[in-house]
Structure formats: structure tokens, C-alpha cells
Design a protein around this ligand. Sequence first.
Ligand SMILES: N[C@@H]1[C@@H](O)[C@H](O)[C@@H](COP(=O)(O)O)O[C@@H]1O
Length: 264
Amino acid sequence: MQIVILPTAEDVAEYGTQLFIRQLTEKPQSVLGLATGSTPLALYRLLISACQQQEVSFAKAKTFNLDEYLGLSADHPQSYRYFMQQHLFDAIDILPANTAVPDGCAADPVAACQQFEQQIADAGGIDLQLLGLGRNGHIGFNEPSSGLRSRTRIKTLTPATIADNARFFAPGEYQPHLSITMGIGTILDARKVLLLATGANKAGAVKAMIEGPLTASCPASALQLHQQAVVVLDEAAAAELADIEFYRHIERENQALLKRLSGR
Ligand SMILES: N[C@@H]1[C@@H](O)[C@H](O)[C@@H](COP(=O)(O)O)O[C@@H]1O
């Protein structure tokens, strides 16, 4: 796990944006795994402006989103499909047919989960998967106790996650308690994983993910098994890490090595 600690949330978004731009420059037909929530919003804004300035193109890319609320249709303002259209897809040059978000209104949601896995496989697998982090350590909607090798399936949300996401729903509005989410195994199959976490309210989950044991109680700790996982944190999210100075030291060494290798 590469741990990058940066001063602010803006720096985190900028760092993530550069990784996406590099990925798409090296492989324009990349398969990208995308996330919702407030954390990736700044990154999406930067990608939109990079696309508008023709620094990057999504014309050949394909995307797969992590998750969707079960029972919300694509045109529901709280659905993750709606979120993605509003905050990214409608403003970049991606082909609508190349964007996949699990179908929250599928007639047969169990079959839809299997089809989603098949679609990812048919696309050649995910090259770069973006993740946020729930306060309880969830990734996608893989709540604590999720199987560490799970695949795309229906998951029940914890009361804590429902409460955290209630801010997006109007008072009294129906808020789903079920979701369709890529599994932890699906996420671990991505060739590269980029997890962003910002703000003091993520510090406990960040500590459990990086320094806690590998455990289904903290689904994000499964990233300890990944060969190319990059975790990018702002100072507030990194604040509870016991070995923070060591992680800063490794990253300085990484950067120095990269400079030497590139002959700069
Ligand atoms: N399913 C999403 C996750 O993919 C996201 O990472 C998490 C954190 O959201 P935020 O970035 O708003 O803190 O929220 C939701 O539960």
C-alpha cells in the first residue's frame, strides 16, 4: 500500500486527478472504476476542466461505478447514476454507452449483479478503481462483515451509513436501506486502486484500514492485500496514524527514487 499524505483536501483531489490523467494518457481505452460520495467531487471537477481544456479525453474509456441504491431509478436525484451524470458524465467526452452503473431498478437484481460482473470481465477488467471510505471502513457499499472475496451483490446498509447519507435526502423522503455494490473481491481484481480520504471524521477508519488487522470488520483493510493500492490522505484524515512519520519518509524515498530513475 502506497500512503501519500498531503496538506489539504484540494491537494488530494489534484493528486488523484493527475493519476487519472496519466492512466488515460498511457491507455486511452482504460476501464475506470468510479465512486460517488462527497470525497471524489473535487477530483471530478478537476477532470472536467482538464477534459474541457483537452488535457485528457474519455472518448475511448469505459467506466463502471461501484454501487447504486436498490429501488432508485436512474432519473431519481439521489440515485448514483444521476449523481454521475450530474457531476461527471454530462460534462466530459465519454460515450453514454460506455458508462455502467448498477441498475437499481432491475426486474431481477440478483441476475443484474451477475451481469454487471460479466460486463466488467467482457471489458477486460478494471484498470484503475477510485474509492472513497465510509466512516465505518466500508468501500463501495461493502459494510463491515462483508466477505473479503465477495462479488457484486445486494447489501444491506448499516444504520450508521444510512444516517451518514441521510444528508442527501429531503426530510421524510424515502431512503433505501439496500444497495447493489461491487464486492471486495471485485475491487481487489482492479489492476490499480486509488482510495481518497479527507477530513477528521475519516481518521478512525483510515487508521483501521492501514494499521489495523486485515478483517471483514474494516472492509477497506482488504486493500492491504492489493499489489497496487495508493491511499491519498489529507492531514486531518491521517491524524490518527501511529506510524505517520514512517509513511512520510517512505513517500519521500519513493519520490527521490522516481526522480533518479527518470534521470531528473
Ligand atoms: N457508497 C458510498 C461510498 O462509495 C463512499 O465512499 C462513502 C463515503 O462518502 P463520502 O465521500 O461522502 O464521505 O459513501 C457512500 O456510502
